[in-house]
Design a protein around this ligand. Structure first.
Ligand code: NAD
Length: 257
């Protein structure tokens, strides 16, 4: 299948590092004009092999309405339109419900859910004017099967899925699709999986049918497809890209463990 995304204007939020950074590089490699939103950009550029050039970087706090409005206006002024929005920016807040601080709960909701709402709300009229568009929202396996201590994070991601379904229907008349995706376990700064003791890594890997860490490129493969014309009839859904995290209870048995 040839997924031609040449010249599409793609906004990826939270793209200074982690999964978002790879997503931005992959869309650039597909010939898109990519704009990265993040709180700050201070890392070295992505490797030349994954990023040809020219990822536009715009400082934006997705939880701040004024910042989002200014950032989206900047994209439209520079590129004329927005074809694809990836709401990837997110934070992880952990803690038992009995101990969780209200400020931490609120920040998790403000960034993960509020940020998805604010950037979608600012970008939707641009897509409506163009009569096309793709919005893709980062959820998580935690939206379906949460872990102990993840009340704030899981609730925010579950809400992103419900938000996705409603927005898909509201933007359907313009041919704009809106979907969410559920990664499993991608070692990043957010979770520190790669730095955990081997026994703990084994315990986590034992929950995956494919029994390997997910890579940002596993996520990017899905998103390039969802952003393409080939995915034009897929909307309002949550796509599981978790390596089987949600498939069975004890997948390690199949690996002889
Ligand atoms: P990460 O922490 O490595 O990167 C997140 C990025 O979002 C950072 O660059 C950060 O600066 C940015 N960000 C945070 N708050 C922001 C704000 N207010 N405004 C703008 N940018 C902001 O995380 P990651 O692991 O790459 O995760 C990316 C997304 O994927 C998140 O939404 C996360 O919940 C989701 N996810 C990740 C995993 C995983 O295993 N890594 C699993 C499921 C879902």
């Amino acid at each position: 299948m040839h997924l031609d995304l040449t010249d599409r204007v793609v906004v990826v939020t939270g793209a200074a590092r982690g999964i978002g950074r790879t997503l931005a590089a992959r869309f650039a490699a597909e010939g898109c004009r990519v704009v990265a939103f993040d709180l700050a950009f201070d890392e070295a550029p992505p490797s030349p092999s994954t990023s040809p050039s020219g990822i536009d970087e715009v400082v934006c706090d997705v939880a701040d309405p004024a910042s989002v409005r200014a950032a989206v206006d900047t994209v439209v002024a520079r590129h004329g339109t927005i074809d694809v929005l990836v709401n990837n920016a997110g934070i992880n807040v952990t803690g038992a419900v009995t101990e969780l601080e209200w400020d931490a709960w609120r920040r998790c909701m403000d960034v993960n859910l509020g940020g998805t709402f604010l950037v979608s709300q600012a970008v939707a009229p641009v897509m409506q004017a163009a009569g096309r568009g793709r919005i893709v929202n980062a959820a998580s396996f935690a939206a379906i099967v949460p872990s102990v201590g993840s009340a704030a994070y899981a609730a925010s991601k579950s809400a992103v899925v419900a938000f996705t379904r409603v927005l898909a229907s509201e933007l359907g008349p313009w041919g704009i699709t809106v979907n969410a995706y559920a990664p499993g376990m991608v070692p990043t700064a957010m979770n520190g999986f790669a730095e955990m003791p081997t026994a703990e890594q084994d315990r986590l890997l034992d929950t995956l049918s494919l029994r390997r860490w997910e890579t940002p490129d596993d996520v990017a493969d899905l998103l390039v497809f969802l952003a393409s014309d080939a995915a034009g009839y897929i909307t309002g859904t949550l796509v599981d890209v978790s390596g089987g995290k949600l498939a069975t209870q004890m997948p390690a048995r199949a690996h002889g463990r």
